[in-house]
Design a protein around this ligand. Structure first.
Ligand code: MG
Length: 470
């Protein structure tokens, strides 16, 4: 990044002119160090939550959940209000982030919507992950937290470009042996905690899981402060069942769900504090977002999508638009970005920032966001495809979103509707998708259908990895 290097060197030169000659030797030494630092590649930290709603952070408008650390991150960085995931449930959404490709291309879509403990599939070796890309240019890499792209050894993070792994390899409600999701004890969920490819604790003690993921992340940052690193911290929470460590029990007015979010906010604060105290803040980009919207069927134990419609599992906005913050002091231009972005864009953006090679032998679905992040230029993203399984349910093009199929989920009256005339919403005027304007805009629908057909024409769909089970 040319600009990033030039600006600090100019600053050094100005300081050079204003100092007495006696300080020259010291200054020259310091200047050498500074120049070496200019050449260091930026560290990348991606913090990924599970089932966090669009409306669950203070900075995104929640009236009672307190998230001072995330709010400050948003003040100092960029808050993206139209940022999407690749699917409305865990596994395909994670596959989209880590490969920069729609799940329909990487095999992580299917009739079973996510991987389960009895699944035998996982992310294929032929896929290239962000970790593999940055490893090629010398990065240390760590995955901490929920993986959910295959728990058998060949699919674990350590076989997808990560030097180390510490976490629960799938959702925290799986391997349920007893009990109620709404009144949980961690002993009721026999989920494993793994270090690299070994199970080190079972059932994982979930009350301390956010805290331990945080400690692990901080240790990794400190151990690798003298070289470029990529940290992927994927919290298991606030996916239900909800757990917090002792210090956060009954601390939020919002109840247990609020306690969980406030502990995650604390965790973010600890990571930022470490980056600052280790002198790494100005050379580290931190991205905070989540894999899909809130699990609304759990009522007060689930999160809130704010003014967006519906939640997890659906192709309404509440299922696939996430509260997203990019932070990098003195590099990212602070502000609120209303242009579109997606988790798939993190891969090409990281490639641009780190000098890693962007895969050219396959169709990638991400676009490079660096011009928006660093220079406040418009985002190059104009389209979102909302897949459920292997079908496109909706397409957003610019401000318009057309729904071809809608389906409510996790309810008794599960209804799938194919719309002869697609539903059409203007997401600028109507972010809650309340007012169908299809009748007035047949031309817009026709244009969106062309976009969809062009996209479909390039699809080569691999076998589903999700549908493989014991
Ligand atoms: Mg999820």
């Amino acid at each position: 990044m040319k600009n990033q290097r030039i600006i600090p060197i100019r600053k050094n030169f100005r300081r050079f002119l204003s100092l007495p000659m006696a300080l020259l030797p010291v200054l020259m030494l310091a200047s050498c160090t500074a120049n070496q630092e200019e050449d260091t590649k930026p560290n990348i930290v991606v913090i990924f939550c599970d089932d966090l709603g669009y409306g669950d952070l203070g900075t995104f408008g929640h009236p009672t959940i307190r998230t001072p650390n995330l709010d400050q991150m948003a003040e100092e960085g960029q808050k993206w209000t139209n940022f999407y995931v690749g699917a409305s449930v865990c596994t395909p959404s994670r596959a989209a982030l880590i490969t920069g490709r729609l799940p329909i291309r990487n095999g992580m879509n299917g009739n079973r919507r996510v991987l389960f403990p009895n699944s035998i599939g996982g992310l294929q070796d032929s896929e290239i992950t962000i970790a593999e890309a940055v490893k090629e240019v010398g990065y240390a890499t760590a995955c901490v937290g929920k993986w959910h792209l295959g728990h058998l050894p060949e699919y674990l993070p350590t076989n997808h470009g990560f030097d180390s792994y510490f976490g629960i390899p799938y959702s925290n409600d799986m391997d349920r042996v007893k009990g109620d999701l709404k009144d949980p004890e961690y002993l009721s969920f026999n989920v494993p905690l793994m270090r690299n490819e070994e199970i080190i604790e079972r059932p994982a003690v979930q009350t301390t899981i956010t805290k331990r993921y945080t400690e692990e992340s901080i240790q990794f940052i400190k151990e690798n402060k003298d070289q470029a690193f990529f940290l992927y911290l994927a919290h298991n929470l606030p996916h239900i069942p909800l757990f917090t460590s002792e210090e956060f029990v009954d601390t939020s007015i919002r109840g247990l769900y609020g306690d969980v979010i406030e502990e995650i906010d604390w965790s973010v604060g600890q990571i930022i504090k470490t980056l600052r105290s280790e002198g790494l803040a100005e050379n580290t980009m931190v991205v905070f977002t989540s894999d899909n919207g809130p699990w609304l069927v759990f009522e007060q134990d689930g999160g809130s999508a704010g003014l967006l419609r519906d939640g997890k599992g659906t192709t309404w906005e509440g299922g696939m638009r996430e509260p997203t913050i990019f932070w990098w002091p003195e590099k990212i231009q602070p502000g609120v970005i209303t242009d579109m972005g997606a988790t798939m864009d993190i891969f090409p953006t990281v490639c641009k920032l780190t000098g890693a090679e962007f895969p050219s032998d396959r169709i990638m679905d991400g676009v490079d966001l660096t011009q928006t992040l660093l220079d406040e230029k418009p985002s190059p993203r104009n389209t979102i495809f909302y897949y459920r399984g292997r079908e496109i349910y909706a397409v957003r093009s610019g401000m318009y979103k057309a729904h071809f199929i809608t389906e409510n989920v996790y309810t008794k009256d599960h209804i799938r509707t194919e719309h002869e005339t697609p539903l059409l919403f203007h997401l600028g005027h109507d972010p809650s998708e309340k007012y169908n304007i299809a009748e007035d805009h047949p031309d817009v629908i026709a244009e969106i259908m062309i976009v969809m057909e062009q996209h479909k024409a390039k699809l080569v769909i691999p076998d589903s990895q999700l549908d493989r089970k014991k």
